[in-house]
Design a protein around this ligand. Sequence first.
Ligand code: URP
Ligand code: ZN
Ligand code: ZN
Ligand code: ZN
Length: 460
Amino acid sequence: MSNLVIRNGEIVTASQRYVADIYCEHGRIKAIGQELQVPQGTEEYDARGKFVFPGFIDPHTHVRMEFMGTFAADDYESATIAALCGGTTTLIDFCIPNRDESPLSAFKTWQEASQGKACSDFTWHMAITRFDDEVERELREIVSRGVASFKVFLAYGGALGVDDEALLGVMKLARELGVVVTAHCENSEMIDTLQKKLVDEGKLGPEWHEPSRPTFVEAEGTRHFCAMARVTGAHGYIVHLSCEEALKEAVEAQLQGANIWIETLIQHLVLDHRDAERPNFEGAKFVMSPPLRDKRNQAPLWAGFDKGMIATLGSDHAPFNMAQKRMGEENFCLIPNGIPSLEDRVRVFFTEGVQKGRIDLHRFVDAASTQAARIFGLFPQKGTIQIGSDADLVVYDPTVKETLSVDTHHMNVDYNPFEGREVEGRCALVTVRGQIQVRDGEFVGEKGIGEFLKREPTHF
Ligand code: URP
Ligand code: ZN
Ligand code: ZN
Ligand code: ZN
């Protein structure tokens, strides 16, 4: 690998903005300054007129997932190429054992699926779908192998979901070990009841998905999880918070001293429940949980970013092809939940957030990169531009306008939820540990160079 100097770009981090050269050597940032002298043979890139951001981090993806009777459509190669084309250089995926599977067995499956295939760096949140002595022993082992976050589902009871006894066990263990517990906060039993009622009434199309899990059901799950964090003292992270009602619950818990971070998704910021009402089963493309909401929820979510109550932006990338979505053609409860979005997360956030004046450039970088690194034990290796950090860099040209489409995206799925939407900016150059992986929005790099990132527990 040759060394690289990126000259005259406008460097933007969560807290700084200045024009300088960045010299990368052996995968790290070695020097930052004006008119840097570099060794002969160093590759030169002129970033004048462009931004240079730290590589973006997606804290929530499902590259590999067995779910609702099928499998997510990407693999580590296709997903990381798509991520890189959109400026994401680190993924935090979910390692999810089946109920009857041991955590270490799932860990091995995820290792086999990713190593030698991933083109960006990655790590996992370890999901817990059952909690007993054997699971606890293995979780300790997995934390010692470099996984510093857990995941629990309050939704999907009978499949991935856990009951309160298991939830308390997980959170006490997390507190002891100093790892973060991430949680999908929707009340499973309430959803079961509402789904049954709607199905009994013959309400079977994708447009009934949102009414089967209304905002108060998510607010209830959020309040419940936050109370568990208060009882146990564990650090909690609410994934994919979708609505004002749940946001108020989480912020209330923060005010009471609970250690809670909040994530929301690009989908919830720009799409809404009318998308799931599109005719001819097209609405199925937009079935995910928590559901796309009424548009009135979006202003509070943007304000949550702007005011720092919401920490991170995720994609919850969960790609299912239309043939898979059609498993629920007769009954919305059987539509595989999920929307593919890891490739477009950053550019839609930049366009709708920064360019429309809802957040500033620093909050943009903070929410799409730095906060995830801080919360999940990757900072300052990832999430910023400073000497010694990994040379994961995104040279972003804000003057290029592109239209998002399934015809040009790199995700291995046959629709794009943002089809036809114009975005401002393209990733002119993307590096992973100093290696050029993307030029002008296209993958030009080396496959399989992505590394598993070992993380230390940090939240005691
Ligand atoms: O609908 C979603 N979000 N699918 C992926 C699984 C999850 O709940 O995150
Ligand atoms: Zn979820
Ligand atoms: Zn998810
Ligand atoms: Zn392409």
